[in-house]
Design a protein around this ligand. Structure first.
Ligand code: ZN
Length: 286
């Protein structure tokens, strides 16, 4: 089970969150057949998106993130809601890249370094949308830049996804250190120094778990919330998409292809409707 642990530390001047997203990343690997570098890129993005979702005001609020960096993996999409139901996909899930010189997965090459990180948040009031320029395509630095320029909240971030030789995720997660408004320069520089200790956060999550990572930073009371991989698509929603084509166009597609297939990118599910299904949909509607 994936979870986020949150605490107020250093005299309640800094908000600390540690996430374990191992199960979430493994679900994404199963659904999309992700290559190791694709799993790392989507996993880091899902981790940061889950953190953003943890600040949403209620379960109906939703948030989506798009990384568009022009890299080998294409665009990366991650979505979640206030109940921490997460989902996401990458345009090119099977692309593999040679490792970097230091042996790590080349997430920057997969994401790309020229483009934007955009966030759309809908919490029932005015929808908010913000964007920032990508810095390195390594995701953590890109989200740090987003928090600073678009939300005016300096945030020190470490993200990591460790993939085993069998292609499964062994450990994934992140650490977020965000000074509260008015915390001062000293708190800010302390977060930056601290975050450098988590360059191998995926191994730390795998070895000791996220709660222990949090307690290792400061032994303070913390909250825990679970999250999961869950898509919003359904047979009924797919049927509504078929109906929205109109009877004439739907029948033309059936004549041409024998069926209408509605694909959900987020969970990689195909909903198929044959001639009889489509007839039934339109006769029920009438
Ligand atoms: Zn779906």
């Amino acid at each position: 089970m994936s979870a986020i642990y949150k605490s107020l530390i250093w005299g309640e001047r800094v908000s600390l969150a540690v996430l374990d997203t191992t199960a979430l990343v493994n679900e994404a690997i199963s659904r999309h057949g992700l290559s190791p570098v694709a799993a790392a890129a989507l996993g880091r993005t899902l981790t940061a998106t889950a953190y953003l979702c943890s600040w949403l005001k209620d379960e109906k609020s939703a948030l989506s993130v798009i990384l568009n960096g022009g890299g080998a993996g294409g665009k990366i999409f991650a979505v979640g809601d206030g109940a921490l139901r997460m989902r996401g996909f990458v345009e090119n899930p099977q692309v593999s890249l040679p490792p970097r010189a230091d042996g790590k997965l080349d997430v920057g090459g997969f994401v790309g370094r020229r483009g934007t990180l955009s966030v759309i948040r809908d919490d029932g009031d005015m929808p908010f949308s913000g964007a920032s320029e990508l810095v390195s395509g390594e995701v953590a630095e890109d989200f740090s830049a987003y928090f600073l320029t678009s939300e005016q909240r300096p945030t020190a971030i470490a993200l990591g996804v460790k993939i085993g030789t069998d292609g499964r995720c062994l450990g994934a997660g992140g650490v977020f250190l965000q000074p509260l408004p008015g915390a001062g320069e000293e708190a800010l520089s302390r977060t930056e120094k601290k975050i450098a200790e988590f360059s191998n956060i995926s191994a730390q999550i795998a070895d000791m778990g996220a709660a222990k990572v949090l307690l290792g930073i400061e032994n303070a009371p913390y909250s825990e919330r679970k999250f999961c991989y869950q898509c919003h698509c359904s047979e009924a929603r797919a049927a509504a998409a078929v109906i929205s084509l109109g009877r004439e166009d739907a029948m033309a597609l059936i004549a041409e292809r024998g069926e209408i297939s509605v694909h959900c990118d987020y969970c990689n599910t195909d909903y198929r409707f044959g001639a009889a299904d489509v007839e039934k949909l339109f006769s029920e509607k009438a």
